[in-house]
Design a protein. Sequence first.
Length: 276
Amino acid sequence: MKISVNRTLILAMTGLLFSGSLHAEKGLAYNPTGNVWRTSSGECWTTSYRDKATQESGCFGEPVVAVKEDQTEADSDGDGVVDSQDKCPNTPAGVKVGADGCPLDSDGDGVIDAEDKCPDTAQGLQVDAMGCEVDSDGDGVADSQDSCPNTPSGATVTADGCAVKIVLQNIQFELNSHQIIGAYSQVIEKVATSLKSRSDIKALTVVGHTDSLGSADYNQSLSEKRAQAVADALAAQGVDQGMMTVKGMGESSPVADNERAEGRAENRRVELKLAN
C-alpha cells in the first residue's frame, strides 16, 4: 500500500512538471495559467529536459530575488524619481518634475515652469527667456496681437499695437537752429517707415515743444520751426506731406519740471499725433 501511494505522488509531480508539452521542451515547469513555477527564493522549477541556454530571464541565469522593503533605490537629486528612471539627474531642489525626473514645462514653450513668467502661453508662439510671448517692437503688445508690428519707440498705442501718438524725445538740433543733427536721421527714417505702413492714418499733426529757458516768444517760434523741420524730414522719407499739420506749443505744455536738467530734456520734444 505504501509503494502504491509513493507511485501516485511521483506520477502527480511528473504531471505537474511536464504540464504542457510545448513548455516542457524549454526545460521549465509551468503552472496551469502558463507562468513559470518559482521557489520562494525566486528560482525557477525545471524539468528533466532542462537546457543551458538563457531562454527566460532569471531562470537559467541569476535567480530572481525580490527586493526587501527596506532596500529602496537612491534618488540622488531628491526630486521623487529614482536614479534608474531619472533622465534629468541633477534637477535643482524645489523644481517640479515629471515621471521621467525632468522639470515640467506645462505649456510646452521650451521654458520650464520654475522659470516661466507666463505659464499659459498658447502653443506655437515665440517666447523670450522668461517664457513670455515676444514683443518685437517693445510697445507692450505681443506680436500675435500686434496689428502694427514695427511701431517706433516712444509711441502710445492702442490695444492692437497701433500708435496714436509718437514722441520724439529730446530731439537733437544744431545749436540755436532747427536743423536736425545728422545722427538723428535714423530715428526719423524708422518713424517714417512705420507711418508709411499705416494705410489707416488720415491725418498727422506734428507738434513742437521746448523747455522754459529763453523768452516765451523765442521758444514759441523755435518750437514751430523744429516741428516743421521734423515734418520736412518725414516728407523727405516718403510720408505724405499733404496729410501733415505743423504746430508749435513753445514752453506752454511741459511734461516735467523745468527746474531740473532732466525735466527740461523731457520737455524738449516733438510729438506726432495720428488720426484715422
